[in-house]
Design a protein around this ligand. Structure first.
Ligand SMILES: N[C@@H](CCC(=O)N[C@@H](CS)C(=O)NCC(=O)O)C(=O)O
Length: 225
């Protein structure tokens, strides 16, 4: 397969090398994929697109992500999109790190459940306060969520509280499910949705202190949009 050509703001044309290439943008869903890549400890290239400047809407990038959105992952020249699919894929190839239970492991069911729960059930609860927060000065964003939104958010977290209290989403310990759930909690904390949910805040603080997460967060804020 021929190498894909991409135009980026910084360098003009970039040819994707073989291996893992993550197309992302600062403060985007690409963060969760980058955190997982850091947990994997594998070599990867991150291409940071400036969404506001339209860098994701070029024909070249649309050959990777047809909607011109991030994230996208190119694996040995083959592109894939959707953050959840990318995370499921990365966790499955992380044999050495065991970030996902194998298909025959009894924990696989709960693992898949929390992976999907993070994106399909928790994430939609963030969207309204998040969109509202975009027009608000950063220091005031924690005040953006309404009482009703906070109460609804606490109710979708209720099934996770026992697991959060134990430190991990799976009984056996850290997995990609923690990365997915904690990423949603991280975004929720920015708009005040974790006010009063102490166990979620404690769990989030412990996840954010992981070296891989610290590194991904540094990258996530490394460029102004
Ligand atoms: N369901 C997709 C959503 C992708 C998405 O909407 N990404 C945003 C950034 S977080 C984006 O690229 N927005 C720019 C656009 O859609 O034009 C996923 O999880 O990957």
């Amino acid at each position: 397969m021929p190498a894909l050509a991409l135009t980026t703001r910084a360098e003009g044309v970039v040819f994707c090398p073989m291996g893992l290439v993550l197309y992302t943008a600062c403060q985007s869903r690409g963060f969760v994929c980058e955190w997982l890549l850091e947990e994997l400890g594998t070599a990867y290239e991150a291409v940071r697109l400036n969404l506001a400047a339209g860098e994701a809407k070029t024909p070249a990038y649309r050959s990777i992500h047809p909607l011109g959105a991030v994230p996208a992952l190119v694996v040995d020249g083959i592109p894939m999109v959707e953050s959840l699919a990318i995370c499921l894929y990365l966790a499955d190839i992380s044999k050495a790190k065991e970030l996902a239970p194998s298909p025959t492991n009894p924990e696989r069911q709960e693992y898949l459940q929390w992976m999907v729960y993070a994106v399909a059930t928790i994430e939609p609860m963030l969207s309204k306060p998040f969109v509202r927060s975009l027009g608000v000065e950063p220091s005031l964003r924690p005040g953006v969520a309404t009482d009703e939104e906070r109460a609804s958010f606490a109710s979708v977290l209720a099934p996770l509280r026992e697991r959060m209290g134990s430190g991990h989403m799976l009984p056996s310990g850290f997995s990609a499910a923690d990365v997915l759930v904690a990423s949603q909690l991280y975004w929720a904390s920015q708009v005040g949705l974790l006010a009063g949910v102490e166990d979620a805040r404690d769990y989030l603080a412990s996840m954010l202190s992981r070296p891989a997460c610290v590194k991904a967060l540094e990258h996530d804020g490394s460029q102004e949009q």
